[in-house]
Design a protein. Structure first.
Length: 392
């Protein structure tokens, strides 16, 4: 907050006072470019309305002056326009976004009031401000890529990769995650259908890289669309089935090849999961098995305190269970996430018992997640047989 006090008969003086920033709200942070109708008018349904949330210390008394900006500009023209009769100086901001991109919104709100002090009046200006980077995402739906992915009876995965690659390098779509998502879908399709082409020898690595590029570019939830969430589940399942499920018990001494596959695919899974903590315990186990005790302990010392803060919200979605993570943020943990976490916890608890000569630390870990796996036969059998139900 910037506080400016103007004395009518005296000179201007300034004082700075700490102040919370203004925040913003809107019903649609993720949208598509507004389109002109046949009458050369924009559809009013495409208007994005942005409101501000004043800080707790906000004093509304006085005359208010608003100045909104988008991407630092007070005037429309670079990807956004104002509906007829609207301005950037109103209490709320109404906008048509007409170009793909991410848009940063800011507001400066100045409140002016007068106070009588003795025989004189003082004019006081209090300035509140706030900025939200990449607050609005305007994306393209890429109908050409969607059509290739939906082609019957089988998507044209090679052409999808070729076309998505072209879109992904165009400056116009530099900040758009969608081409990278379609690129990842194409690579996974090539893997699953067994297309033999030397150009795609590293298709899994390319798929993971494309997916993570999309995730990095995604500012406002493109990746949470149902179609993309379904793809993430498909990718998780593929990695689990191809390199984890059949190698859970692999030992570096008796089955070094299988163990290396397990280690590699656990690392792949950790890269793509929205809850990487679920595969971290198996990562620690593979380090411990390779005599990297320091590396294993570093993961356990980091992840166990985080896991203690996780809270199961007992809400099921089409894509998994809702949890609060260590930062009190809502996340979805998929069924495959939980499956890998279960095996990682079991393996870690077994190692802890063997290492310590008792079940104390192992049972402390089990207690954190026991309610999450209630009724799971693998988990129940392990706790019962290996840890005596943690009664010792």
């Amino acid at each position: 907050m910037k506080k400016i006090i103007l004395f009518v008969h005296l000179s201007l003086s300034f004082a700075l006072v700490a102040q919370e920033e203004i925040k913003f709200s809107t019903k649609k942070q993720l949208t598509q470019p507004a389109q002109l109708k046949t009458n050369e008018m924009y559809d009013t349904q495409d208007i994005i309305e942005i409101n501000y949330i004043a800080p707790k210390s906000f004093d509304p008394k006085g005359t208010k002056k608003y100045q909104w900006t988008i991407n630092g500009s007070k005037q429309p023209g670079k990807g956004w326009i104002l509906p007829k009769g609207c301005t950037t100086t109103g209490e709320k901001l109404s906008v048509y976004f007409i170009k793909v991109g991410n848009y940063t919104v800011s507001l400066t709100l100045t409140v002016t009031s007068k106070k009588k002090v003795g025989e004189e009046f003082e004019e006081e200006e209090i300035e509140y401000s706030g900025e939200s980077e990449d607050f609005i995402t305007v994306r393209s739906v890429f109908p050409e890529l969607a059509a290739l992915y939906a082609k019957e009876p089988l998507p044209d995965y090679v052409k999808l990769v070729e076309k998505a690659s072209q879109y992904s390098v165009k400056p116009k779509f530099a900040d758009d995650p969608t081409p990278h998502l379609f690129l990842a879908k194409g690579f996974l399709g090539i893997l699953k259908t067994g297309i033999n082409d030397p150009r795609f020898e590293s298709a899994l690595e390319d798929c993971i890289s494309s997916f993570n590029t999309a995730r990095e570019l995604d500012k406002n939830g493109v990746i949470y669309d149902g179609e993309h969430q379904s793809f993430l589940q498909e990718l998780e399942t593929y990695i689990y089935n191809e390199g984890i499920k059949d190698y859970i018990s692999s030992d570096p001494l008796t089955d070094p090849e299988g163990f290396n596959v397990l280690k590699e695919y656990i690392d792949y899974y950790n890269q793509i999961s929205f809850a990487p903590i679920t595969s971290a315990f198996f990562q620690a186990k593979t380090k411990y098995d390779k005599k990297d005790t320091k590396g294993a302990n570093a993961i356990w010392n980091s992840e166990i305190p985080k896991l203690k803060k996780f809270k199961n919200l007992d809400i099921e979605t089409a894509y998994g269970s809702k949890f609060k993570d260590e930062n009190n943020k809502d996340i979805i943990i998929s069924k495959t996430d939980l499956k890998i976490l279960k095996y990682g916890i079991i393996a870690t608890a077994s190692l802890m018992k063997s290492r310590d000569g008792n079940s104390t630390k192992a049972c402390e870990l089990i207690d954190i997640v026991s309610s999450w796996f209630a009724g799971d036969p693998d988990f129940t059998q392990f706790v019962s047989k290996e840890l005596n139900n943690c009664l010792e």
